[in-house]
Ligand binder design. Structure first.
Ligand SMILES: [Zn+2]
Length: 293
């Protein structure tokens, strides 16, 4: 059943699957996309769960390595399991941008649904070698793996020219078939965080990549990408989009304001009950952009 043909009346984002792998493969085929949000603790996690409930959609939450290390992957896994009790649909847990094979393995052992090994700063051969090690470990345990090729700008990643950051199609194909990875993050011009000008997304390169491999693709830097470009990317094979900066900046900015207002009397639950709706609101706004049919 093709639920996502453009003119269909109802496209569902709460479909149940036997596995996350199946979800992503089907989402790529039917031009749907799982929105993945970086979270930091139980508060922004709750905001994402409530937003997904309101929008009646599956969703993914991701821990960046410092978050996984501070909370521990085991505790984060348990937190998400706790929130599953109040979630209407699926809440998947992912480790984002791990450059450490060991941390990937620890998250897999803790029961994460999915991990990203980011070898984009390595040579293609070293990227393949380390990604493969994570994939072998993960697949034996039914866990999905995301690889990265090409560079996603921002957070200290600076590039000199297009050739320097755009994913090379031959290398994408090599990494894909040598590692049997489940998801492929590709550098096509997007940047992490807020950018002074709109990122120029190279859709021509995305077309070439989508043509070269059937693997679901991942769009990083979701905060700064205009809605129309997000939607174009989804139609071209992006089955997962990462949204991080808008979550933590909304969290920190509003918490700072609330604490300034409360002064010495600042008390966490009273602060957070005002901050949570602000985070929930930006998450809903991004969910509406991603679940767009
Ligand atoms: Zn990213």
């Amino acid at each position: 059943m093709d639920t996502a043909t453009k003119n269909s009346e109802k496209v569902i984002y709460n479909q149940k699957y036997n596995s996350l792998k199946e979800l992503f493969d089907d989402y790529r085929k039917t031009q749907r996309c799982l929105a993945a949000f970086n979270v930091n603790d139980s508060y922004d996690l709750k905001a994402v769960v409530e937003a997904a409930n309101d929008m009646d959609t599956n969703v993914m939450v991701m821990t960046y390595p410092p978050v996984a290390q501070l909370n521990t992957p085991e505790v984060f896994r348990s937190m998400v399991d706790g929130f599953k009790k109040i979630a209407k649909n699926e809440i998947y847990l992912h480790l984002d941008h791990s450059t450490s094979v060991e941390l990937c393995k620890r998250a897999i052992d803790a029961g994460y649904d999915s991990v990203m090994f980011d070898g984009s700063q390595l040579s293609i051969f070293e990227n393949i070698k380390q990604t493969k090690e994570v994939v072998n470990y993960a697949h034996e345990r039914g866990v999905v793996v995301e690889a990265e090729i090409g560079k996603i700008m921002g957070r200290g990643v600076k590039v000199k020219s297009d050739d320097d950051f755009l994913a090379d199609v031959k290398e994408v194909r090599l990494l894909n078939y040598e590692t049997n990875v489940d998801l492929m993050a590709v550098g096509i011009g997007t940047a992490h965080g807020f950018t002074p000008t709109e990122p120029k997304i190279h859709f021509d390169r995305l077309d070439e990549i989508a043509e070269a491999i059937p693997t679901p693709l991942v769009l990083h830097g979701g905060t700064g990408i205009p809605d129309a470009d997000i939607q174009k990317g989804i139609q071209k094979g992006m089955a997962k989009i990462n949204i991080g900066t808008i979550v933590h900046t909304t969290y920190m900015k509003n918490m700072y304001e609330e604490m300034t207002r409360a002064g010495d009397g600042a008390y966490p639950p009273f602060i957070m009950e005002n901050v949570l709706p602000k985070i929930k609101s930006v998450v809903k706004d991004r969910l509406a952009a991603v679940n767009f049919w």
